[in-house]
Design a protein around this ligand. Structure first.
Ligand SMILES: *[C@@H]1O[C@H](CO)[C@@H](O)[C@H](O)[C@H]1NC(C)=O
Ligand SMILES: *[C@@H]1O[C@H](CO)[C@@H](O)[C@H](O)[C@H]1NC(C)=O
Ligand SMILES: *[C@@H]1O[C@H](CO)[C@@H](O)[C@H](O)[C@H]1NC(C)=O
Ligand SMILES: *[C@@H]1O[C@H](CO)[C@@H](O)[C@H](O)[C@H]1NC(C)=O
Ligand SMILES: *[C@@H]1O[C@H](CO)[C@@H](O)[C@H](O)[C@H]1NC(C)=O
Ligand SMILES: *[C@@H]1O[C@H](CO)[C@@H](O)[C@H](O)[C@H]1NC(C)=O
Length: 820
């Protein structure tokens, strides 16, 4: 029974087999030769060392890959620049502890240096993926380790940084292309000019940077700490400075990769169920993440969409006309010239990614007041801030000259990385006259002397991953597999072609993010909808079928039902039940059809979508994050029951595609949560955000993007929030719904939608709470400020300083907070 079960599941069989047969030979001693045909497997079977040929290349390389992952995933390469052109490659460890890779038994194509006097050196592949040279007499000190010479992959426990004693750098460098591990032009490492920061370079140019480490996070990734997969640390002492990461759950396989084709550093986790790598973080993700996008003294606001360039407070565009046509190259200049002798002042900007560190100076023990005084005294100092925001704040960083590559986040008032920018004193006086809150607050903070950065990471945390946990009851699973497999039909290509009149455009229902959708009629008269996937996903036949089977198991009255699939040649198609009433957007945004949806129908639709989403998040075995929830993806059946479509699509078919065809962010602008849009972090709470937007759209009959207020451009969320703070929330609703005061549920739904679009993911309710809120009359918590707002009006050359759009943001934030 036990084996029977095991053998039916291919992956289980594979793991079982490879473990049994290799019995883990993980070392090579000087008397042994290691040839092209051999592999070395780490003790627990996780990693293997051997010779391989990448992609379509015939060259041989010595490398390390995941032993139990069928898709060849190489994490390290020895002879990156000297490929071997035949199978005579030979790896040896010499008695000196030196490793050499020979070709034709003579030419060394790669070798390491021997440093110490050794007795019994052995080469060992560790379970971490680290290949080390150990000496018999001192096995804990490695004579050499591959983790010191990273390729393009960042594994848990690997350090990226600088040995300050020897000046030795450990950095990632991307492969030239997928057929050639020669270092490409993309590198990622820690740089130490002034304060240390992580820098991604393309050739010699900076391409993206992390901002300073503020004791808790990098200032450029203020949400990274909250990710569910890994924990990370940054260590800076007199010996070394480095970045390191660990998975929060040891059973999760995590790999970071510097991806040349994407010009990004990506994090993937392995999904054993679908046998695929799942991308969960990619950086940089938008233009605000790109080095210097807004030019000198510009401020990229990634809480707005699309990414939005503004001048820092106290600055104006150098070339206003070019600036207004989105050419930010010239950047910004002071609106009032500085006057160092007769007095300058500082303006505080909240929650920023600090400027480029090249022209910076750092002292780790000074306090903020001392820092300010020092900056004020030095006429070339243009900005300062404290280095560690935690523990009350300490340290001092000063910048000289133009401030480059600043990005602004929405402030949450805790552990903010603020920046104090030098401006003319007249600038701040004007502001005070205009009754704006003084921006410089005397933030005298106890100075902590001699702080040593201690990074605590909890590498052994057994906390289960929220989004990944699944039901692992084998007997249960077995039964379900049998029943559900039978319901999935594999259609012949000819059947589908006939049903859709050879994909005639007359039967085209629409174009989704993953390809066109057609209406079809099967010979038995059943109507179907066929999604013909774009050919770019490059998915193999078995992978495709596995995925489809998984999705077919998701069954809920509020999800569109998958009837079957078709895979022939490079065609991949999904066959769904046909929904005669099309999608929700074709009603709520339509002048004539909108009135069909009365409030009670809308409420049923809203509740149904919530239940469908709850099922995806919590009740289904797969725990799916939809990532692209919007009215176009909610279909209506003949009785106007809502059915979510395209679920599982993002994780499944070409995870890098979107409707907008940008390939970094999956989803649609206008529905994306801010933490997802700006940092690429997604969770079930980003779906909750999209649900909140959808809810507002159903209530108001308007799209999130657009102009609704006479003088200001507001999006729907801003509009709803303003009305809420002004005490007339129901004004946001469609006129005909609020006749005679409107139903009581309406107000409640507006309230719920605002809870869903709150800025901070942890403050948003989860879908089970939403379902409960919709169905009860309990009191609801007050909503806090919603997530991102849109780019404000462009710069107006003649507006007076202090009142123009560029500087109003901080004040808006504080007045809203005060209004509560
Ligand atoms: C393979 O490389 C060796 C030198 O490493 C060279 O002498 C030989 O000609 C090459 N063979 C082919 C087929 O390119
Ligand atoms: C390689 O060279 C060594 C000595 O130089 C010799 O003993 C050995 O047999 C050679 N091996 C092969 C495979 O040619
Ligand atoms: C070995 O040492 C030489 C000279 O010090 C150096 O150039 C080379 O990069 C070192 N090789 C490795 C693999 O460390
Ligand atoms: C690089 O990124 C692309 C697009 O996201 C992805 O398809 C590819 O698999 C990535 N390469 C690796 C080696 O992960
Ligand atoms: C840093 O500041 C402290 C306290 O103000 C001072 O004692 C120390 O000399 C400074 N270090 C440097 C390198 O300037
Ligand atoms: C200002 O700071 C810069 C950089 O540290 C330094 O070179 C310069 O001498 C300082 N000027 C004064 C007047 O202290």
């Amino acid at each position: 029974m036990e084996t029977g079960f095991c053998f039916r599941i291919a992956s289980c069989f594979l793991i079982f087999f490879s473990k049994a047969s290799t019995a883990a030979i993980d070392t090579i001693s000087p008397s042994e030769l290691f040839t092209d045909a051999m592999t070395l497997v780490s003790n627990d079977g996780t990693f293997a060392l051997g010779f391989f040929s990448p992609g379509t290349s015939k060259n041989r390389y010595l490398g390390i890959w995941y032993n139990n992952i069928p898709m060849q995933t190489v994490v390290w390469v020895a002879n990156r620049i000297n490929p071997i052109n035949d199978s005579t490659g030979l790896l040896k460890i010499e008695t000196s502890g030196r490793i050499v890779l020979l070709v034709q038994n003579t030419t060394a194509v790669w070798s390491t240096n021997s440093t110490a006097i050794v007795q019994n050196p052995v080469l060992q592949l560790l379970d971490s993926g680290n290949l080390v040279v150990k000496d018999g007499k001192d096995p804990d000190n490695y004579l050499w380790q591959s983790f010191d010479y990273p390729s393009d992959t960042l594994l848990p426990g690997m350090k990226i940084g600088i040995d300050l004693k020897t000046g030795f750098h450990r950095r990632l460098s991307a492969w030239k292309n997928w057929d050639d591990p020669t270092p490409g032009d993309l590198t990622f490492g820690i740089e130490l000019q002034g304060n240390p920061e992580a820098v991604l370079r393309k050739g010699s140019e900076k391409y993206a940077r992390s901002g300073l480490w503020n004791g808790n996070d990098f200032s450029g990734y203020q949400n990274l700490r909250r990710n569910p997969i890994f924990d990370y640390g940054f260590v800076w002492n007199e010996n070394e400075v480095y970045y390191i990461q660990f998975t929060k759950d040891n059973s999760v396989i995590l790999r970071g990769i510097l991806n040349q084709t994407e010009s990004a550093i990506q994090r993937y986790t392995w999904n054993p169920e679908t046998q695929t790598w799942k991308l969960f973080l990619s950086s940089p993700i938008d233009l605000c993440g790109r080095y210097g996008h807004c030019g000198p003294n510009g401020n990229c606001d990634s809480t707005k969409l699309p990414a939005c360039c503004q001048c820092l407070t106290g600055f104006r565009p150098k070339w206003p006309e070019r600036w207004n046509s989105a050419d930010y190259f010239g950047g910004c200049i002071h609106s009032k010239p500085l006057n160092c002798q007769s007095g300058d002042d500082f303006i505080r900007i909240r929650r920023v990614k600090t400027p480029d560190a090249t022209k910076s100076w750092v002292n780790r023990t000074m306090n903020l007041m001392e820092c300010r005084a020092k900056c004020l005294r030095n006429c070339s100092c243009t900005a300062y801030t404290n280095l560690y925001v935690t523990r009350g704040g300490s340290g001092c960083v000063m910048w000289f000259g133009d401030l480059i590559d600043i990005k602004q986040f929405q402030s949450d008032g805790r552990d903010d990385q603020d920046l104090y920018i030098r401006v003319s004193a007249s600038e701040t006086e004007l502001k005070k006259k205009a009754k704006v809150k003084p921006i410089i607050l005397a933030t005298v903070i106890a100075s902590l002397l001699g702080i040593l950065l201690v990074v605590c990471y909890n590498r052994r945390s057994r906390r289960k991953l929220k989004d990944e946990v699944e039901d692992k009851n084998p007997s249960d699973k077995e039964n379900k597999d049998e029943n559900e497999d039978m319901e999935l039909v594999v259609f012949e290509f000819s059947t589908i072609a006939q049903a859709t009149d050879s994909f005639s455009f007359r039967y085209k229902l629409g174009q989704g993010g993953f390809g066109p959708v057609y209406k079809g009629t099967l010979p038995n008269g059943q109507e179907i909808a066929v999604k013909r996937l774009s050919k770019t996903s490059g998915q193999g036949l078995n992978e495709f079928k596995n995925e489809v089977k998984l999705i077919a198991k998701l069954q809920h009255r509020n999800l569109v039902r998958l009837l079957g699939c078709c895979a022939q040649g490079d065609e991949r198609m999904l066959v769904y039940e046909y929904m005669p009433n099309r999608s929700l957007d074709s009603f709520i945004f339509d002048q004539t059809r909108r009135e069909v949806l009365t409030w009670s129908k809308r409420f049923r639709i809203i509740s149904g979508i919530a239940r469908g989403l709850l099922y995806l998040h919590q009740d289904s075995r797969l725990r799916i994050i939809h990532r692209d929830l919007k009215p176009n993806n909610v279909l209506l059946d003949s009785e106007m029951n809502p059915k979510i479509s395209d679920f599982g699509m993002a994780r499944t078919f070409g995870g890098d595609q979107t409707e907008a065809n940008t390939n970094r962010v999956v989803g649609t602008y206008g529905y994306m949560a801010p933490e997802y849009a700006s940092d690429g972090l997604f969770s079930i709470k980003s779906d909750v955000f999209s649900y909140g937007i959808l809810l507002l759209e159903v209530i108001s009959g308007r799209k999130n993007r657009g102009v609704y207020h006479a003088n200001q451009s507001e999006n729907l969320v801003e509009h709803a929030w303003r009305l809420w703070t002004e005490g007339k929330p129901s004004d946001v609703a469609e006129d005909f719904l609020v006749q005679n005061g409107g139903p009581p549920q309406l107000l409640r739904c507006i309230h719920i939608s605002l809870l869903c679009v709150q800025q901070h993911p942890e403050e948003r309710p989860d879908m089970s709470s939403v379902v409960l809120m919709l169905g009860s009359h309990n009191e609801l918590p007050s909503p806090k400020q919603p997530g991102f707002l849109f780019c404000k009006k462009p710069f107006e050359a003649d507006s007076s300083p202090g009142t123009d759009g560029t500087s109003s943001r901080n004040e808006i934030t504080s007045s809203l907070l005060e209004a509560r």
